[in-house]
Write a protein that binds this ligand. Structure first.
Ligand SMILES: Cc1ncc(COP(=O)(O)O)c(C=O)c1O
Length: 396
């Protein structure tokens, strides 16, 4: 079998590597606690499950849906108006994606030529780099540094790179870094995009997950003046409504971008199962209370984990939003060696930061995807492993 050269750009995922490592170590622990993959562990709202079951009973539900159905588009537009004060034309400024992964990896093929530069956050969600590779474009990593509030420093992007840039990916609140963008940062982004003619793609997958009240409510990129002239937002129902396996999301914003992207997608797939679109429309309209409950659950998990880790001597930043704790690791380790240490000593699996880009070194990502008592048990396992006691003793 011949393997295409382009496959060299696609490496195996860190999760496959971690799983193989844990498999070899399985004799070490009776209980394993996996905080690596960011897949929600909670079920969708009962009314969503009921809606899918009800619509799936309809004999006419099984045809190709081609473009997104009108109700779904209208529900997206209404959701953006009520949640973010953004006005969208449901016909021209919204299109479906089969989860945002589908959108993110395919979008560069539509808007970047081979050799164009695509600006990606570093550390960042790996799908951006996959999209860059699929378009045979060139990534330029924008470091997210603690001293800049984990926002990219647009002034640090060299002029010749900015001139060659076709797309900029942004992701706030982000994966793996759960930082929030400010409105003034997004205004700078709009200015930058206009100056260099760059398409901005804001990945807003975690837009509904924020803590400590409305002061941490994430800003939609599209709510900033001029944003729709230069960009789009990719949004997903996976994390907000625990529908990750029920693949549906959407791209919204600039009508020209939506038109071109939808034209491309019409060559790739034939739409999303009708019952899923119908249920998605319902949850976008009536899912506000469900999101508030999810926020309360994740907030308690976050508090339990962050305070538990502090008690055993591992002080980590308390995330204002998102699904992850982005934890700085103790000196003397790489993110991979520390991850292995946690696996070997405690049976707790996290994701090493280097898997998200060069600036992820020095951190691990801990996903809040287990119930609160499991997170407390993970902390207990870390405590009894003696690792942090030993590190504290070494420092004395
Ligand atoms: C930042 C970010 N964007 C997009 C996705 C893809 O999600 P989905 O394709 O389920 O919408 C994920 C999934 O983990 C993510 O973390």
């Amino acid at each position: 079998m011949k393997k295409a050269k382009r496959m060299n750009a696609f490496s195996s995922s860190i999760f496959a590597e971690l799983s193989a490592y844990c498999q070899k170590r399985r004799h070490l622990h009776d209980e394993w606690i996996d905080l690596s993959v960011g897949s929600p562990d909670l079920p969708p709202a009962p009314f969503v499950r009921e809606a899918i079951a009800r619509y799936a009973e309809e004999p006419n539900a099984y045809g190709y849906t081609l473009k997104g159905i009108r109700e779904f588009h209208e529900a997206v537009a209404d959701y953006y108006r009520t949640t973010h004060g953004v006005v969208l034309n449901p016909e021209t400024e919204v299109t479906y994606v089969i989860g945002s992964q589908d959108g993110l990896v395919h979008l560069p093929m539509v808007f970047a030529d081979p050799g164009d530069v695509i600006l990606v956050p570093d550390p960042g969600y790996p799908a951006y780099a996959t999209g860059v590779a699929m378009a045979e474009a060139e990534p330029y990593f924008m470091p997210l540094k603690e001293e800049n509030g984990f926002l990219p420093d647009l002034r640090a992007i060299p002029e010749e790179i900015a001139k060659r840039a076709a797309i900029m990916f942004l992701n706030f609140p982000g994966n793996p870094v759960p930082a929030l963008a400010t409105e003034s940062f997004y205004r700078e982004v709009v200015e930058f995009a206009k100056r260099y003619d760059v398409l901005v793609v804001s990945d807003f997958a975690y837009g509904e997950l924020y803590y400590d009240g409305n002061r941490n409510k994430p800003v939609s990129f599209l709510s900033v003046p001029g944003a729709k002239d230069v960009g789009v937002e990719m949004n997903s129902l996976s994390k907000s409504y625990n529908m990750a396996g029920c693949r549906i999301g959407y791209l919204c914003g600039n009508a020209d971008v939506i038109r071109e992207f939808a034209a491309f997608k019409s060559n790739l797939d034939y739409g999303i199962f009708w019952p899923i679109q119908k249920a998605a429309a319902e949850v976008l309209r009536y899912g506000g209370d469900f999101c508030a409950e999810s926020r309360a659950i994740y907030q308690s998990r976050r508090n339990a984990l962050v305070s538990g880790l502090a008690d055993i001597g591992w002080t980590v930043d308390c995330p204002p939003a998102g699904m992850f704790v982005w934890a700085k690791i103790p000196v003397g380790f790489t993110s991979l060696s520390f991850t292995k240490e946690l696996i070997d000593r405690a049976g707790v699996v996290v994701t090493p930061g280097h898997a998200f880009g060069p600036s992820g070194e020095g951190y691990v990502r801990i996903a809040l995807v287990q119930p609160e008592d499991t997170l407390r048990r993970a902390v207990e396992k870390l405590r009894t492993s003696g690792l942090f006691e030993r590190l504290a003793a070494d420092q004395r």
